[in-house]
Design a protein around this ligand. Structure first.
Ligand SMILES: [Zn+2]
Ligand SMILES: [Zn+2]
Length: 415
């Protein structure tokens, strides 16, 4: 059992007043319902959770690590690009004594953040996440017809989950209070694993604008916080809140609009000439005649900075990239406008650059042989807000002839 599809809920305490709160896995901006103070969970590369135990008191707990990935896998086949939702976990330290995955303990698992106060022996992860990701991708590939020439994954969440056990005559699952193995032939030697107590702790940042001190705003899952006082946009990093370079395309639509955020990424592409707009016309075989000067317009990859259903994600990414918006951008957020939250990090967008290229390269029959040898390295990025007209069922961008179904956005919270 390696496919799980679990909704994780996190039992959490307000860092200001200690009041209890329940968080969803994608929550970043947390407003305490008691003290009303906002705090921002610092998204390190991954969060570390533990399952709460029901072990008899006095048992010494051993926490075993699992890597967990929840997100979308895109696989490029000769017949086209296939996508699959994946929610899976796998041992982060190989051992025959513990279950292969976290497993289906319940549909909604209640987790806690790991903290230095948690008593127990935490086995150290020894299998790198990349290795586990390879296993996940291989399993997806097995189910697909034909040869996969490129794969990329967009993680909605990536985490390390520690499951508690205790050792008696067998290894006991401390969540279910059930044995997980046969009676042990010889005494269980914990020293075969590296481990010990943990010193990891979830980090919090205040949500006050570092520029002017105003309380910033954002949705619960916002990866970019907006200061409405000085109109700056910030993202959390190890160094604290760092300012994001933002821009918007001026709204020339004479109707109700919402601004959708996109990552515009400048990248070095090796093994293919794709440095300018003129190059793009050749690579994608666009029905346009390159005008003088187009070889001086730098080519950029575009991709949604928000979660959206996979089919729409692919389409938006491609349509924006092929459109290469060249109108003059305004180097700030659209003041007073409705802006859709940024909830897909630029790091995930960078993961899809080759997928993006594979989708628009022509002729199609050359793509499977060409793509594997191409290297793409992201150089810089900009967050760009693009105005979309709000219609009955769709959001429409008339200039670039792009439409996205409103339901595709609304439902994407759960991917
Ligand atoms: Zn509080
Ligand atoms: Zn400010």
């Amino acid at each position: 059992m390696w496919r799980e599809n679990i909704d994780i809920l996190i039992d959490h305490q307000c860092p200001q007043c200690g009041a209890p709160a329940e968080l969803a896995e994608t929550d970043r901006l947390v407003r305490c319902s008691y003290c009303k103070v906002n705090s921002y969970l610092v998204p390190s590369r991954y969060f570390r959770y533990r399952l709460p135990d029901k072990a008899p008191s006095g048992e010494r707990l051993v926490y075993f690590p699992y890597w967990r990935f929840k997100g979308m896998i895109f696989s490029c086949l000769e017949t086209g690009i296939q996508h699959r939702f994946l929610d899976a976990s796998l041992q982060a330290a190989p051992s025959p004594f513990f279950p292969v995955s976290v497993g289906l303990r319940s549909q909604a698992m209640k987790l806690r953040f790991v903290s230095p106060e948690t008593k127990g022996w935490f086995i150290k992860p020894t299998t790198p996440l990349e290795k586990v990701m390879e296993v996940f991708l291989e399993r997806v590939t097995l189910d697909l017809p034909g040869t996969v020439y490129h794969q990329s994954h967009i993680g909605e969440s990536l985490s390390l989950i520690y499951a508690p056990f205790y050792i008696g005559k067998t290894v006991m699952d401390a969540v279910l209070n059930q044995p997980v193995s046969q009676k042990l032939d010889e005494p269980f030697d914990l020293n075969q694993f590296r481990g010990g107590s943990v010193d990891w702790k979830i980090g919090f940042l205040p949500t006050l604008c570092p520029n002017c001190g105003w309380d910033m705003e954002g949705s619960r899952d916002a990866l970019a916080l907006h200061c409405k006082n000085c109109e700056s946009v910030w993202q959390a990093s190890k160094e604290g809140m760092t300012r994001l370079n933002v821009a918007h395309l001026p709204d020339r639509l004479d109707e109700e609009t919402v601004y959708l955020p996109f990552w515009r990424i400048r990248a070095d592409v090796s093994g293919l000439d794709l440095a300018s707009y003129a190059d793009l016309i050749k690579v994608a075989n666009l029905p346009r005649v390159a005008q003088p000067g187009w070889d001086n317009i730098p080519f950029r990859f575009w991709g949604p900075a928000f979660k959206v259903r996979p089919r729409s994600f692919l389409r938006l990414m491609q349509q924006m990239t092929l459109s290469q918006p060249r109108d003059k951008l305004v180097a700030q957020v659209p003041k007073g406008a409705v802006m859709h939250p940024v909830n897909l990090p630029v790091s995930e967008s960078v993961e899809t650059l080759k997928l993006n290229l594979a989708g628009f390269m022509r002729p199609k029959n050359k793509v499977p042989d060409t793509i594997p040898d191409i290297r793409i390295r992201a150089r810089s990025y900009l967050l760009v807000y693009i105005p979309f007209a709000v219609r009955h069922h769709d959001l429409v961008q008339p200039q670039f002839k792009i439409a996205v179904n409103r339901n595709q956005l609304a439902l994407a919270g759960n991917l």
